[in-house]
Design a protein around this ligand. Structure first.
Ligand SMILES: [Zn+2]
Length: 355
């Protein structure tokens, strides 16, 4: 075969041209910012993610058969319907909690605050399992335990288990709506929690303003009660969704009260983005903790996953990046430094792991 003398030179020229074209393309390409990589890197440098609010003792309890419970019932009805998964042995609780902690560790979460059911149904089986798991995993993740009071603290049987819970938990937990609904005693519920927290030298984390309605004014009540009990800097509001449904003038009043009472707030974005459609007219907002406004008013905000794959939130999977992303997008809140603080140092502060 006769070789074409021009061919080799052409090949060399073509190869150089290709290389040159690649260099030019790289140099002139629009820079691609990957905010996820950027924020996750900062989170790692700030000590890792903190999941400040979860219920890992009930994690992974939803099944296709029980999905109807989510579809057909309100949250208030589910406070009792979840009894079905609370009748578990300490061993079953231990497995659920361990699985939840491993899910957290796998994504670089270094501290978690979890409510644990301690009440006439769960008694102290979940608490005992949680204390075991806390010790088992302590070299990998700091676990802060908080008692959940699904049956309230007014009914004597429920109150007995609330008092017993104090020996197991690091932080006092509350749900005033339970006693408000049953007895009209939401304020008394908060009084009992804060009195106990003060007595035992613990912080308090309290579910408030969950229903995305102007009828809810629990965040304001919590700020007032915090000052009344002299618990400034020791109380954390979990959710405060309904705050966003009030007019601006009321919101501003509550932000000032939160600041004065040094109440901190934990937002759990996926937890209430499924707020049911209703006909109440409200200022337009997404069903999320109003993080943009809270941060602007100097209030410490942290983030939690809340329930993971259970009757309350079947599709939630405990992915902390997804939670942070929804918090940012749903509030149009793109302050990167503050988002990193929310995911890290603020979480440690609300859990009492740092001052
Ligand atoms: Zn919760």
């Amino acid at each position: 075969m006769i070789q074409d003398p021009v061919q080799p030179r052409f090949r060399i020229k073509s190869g150089m041209t290709i290389v040159l074209q690649i260099v030019i393309t790289i140099m002139t390409a629009t820079p691609h910012w990957n905010f996820k990589d950027l924020i996750l890197k900062e989170i790692k440098q700030n000590g890792g993610f903190v999941n400040a609010h979860a219920h890992i003792d009930r994690a992974f309890t939803i099944t296709p058969d029980s999905l109807d419970i989510y579809r057909k019932h309100t949250l208030e009805e589910k406070w009792d319907l979840v009894d079905a998964v609370k009748d578990a042995s300490e061993e079953v609780y231990y497995k659920r909690i361990s699985q939840g902690l491993e899910l957290m560790i796998s994504q670089g979460v270094t501290a978690v605050g979890s409510f644990i059911d301690i009440d006439p149904i769960a008694e102290d089986r979940a608490a005992k399992a949680a204390v075991r798991a806390k010790n088992q995993y302590k070299s990998q993740i700091a676990v802060v335990l908080i008692n959940q009071v699904l049956k309230g603290v007014i009914e004597p049987g429920a109150r007995k288990w609330f008092d017993r819970a104090m020996e197991y938990v690091d932080i006092v937990g509350g749900l005033p709506k339970r006693d408000e609904r049953d007895y009209g005693k939401g304020a008394e519920h908060i009084d009992i929690l804060l009195s106990s927290a003060k007595k035992y030298g613990k912080m308090a984390h309290i579910h408030v303003d969950q229903f995305n309605t102007q009828k809810d004014k629990e965040t304001e009540l919590l700020a007032d009660k915090t000052i009344e009990h002299g618990m400034q800097g020791r109380v954390v509001a979990v959710h405060s969704i309904s705050l966003a449904s009030h007019p601006q003038e009321y919101r501003e009043k509550v932000y000032a009260k939160l600041k004065k009472a040094e109440v901190m707030v934990i937002g759990c974005p996926t937890a209430w983005i499924d707020a049911p459609r209703h006909e109440e007219l409200q200022p337009f907002h997404n069903a999320l903790t109003p993080v943009d406004e809270l941060v602007k008013h100097g209030i410490t905000v942290a983030i939690g996953s809340d329930n993971i794959a259970d009757y309350m939130l079947p599709f939630t999977d405990g992915d902390m990046w997804n939670e942070l992303k929804l918090m940012a997008i749903g509030n149009r809140f793109m302050n990167l430094d503050e988002l990193v603080k929310i995911a890290t140092v603020n979480g440690r502060k609300v859990l009492g792991l740092s001052s």
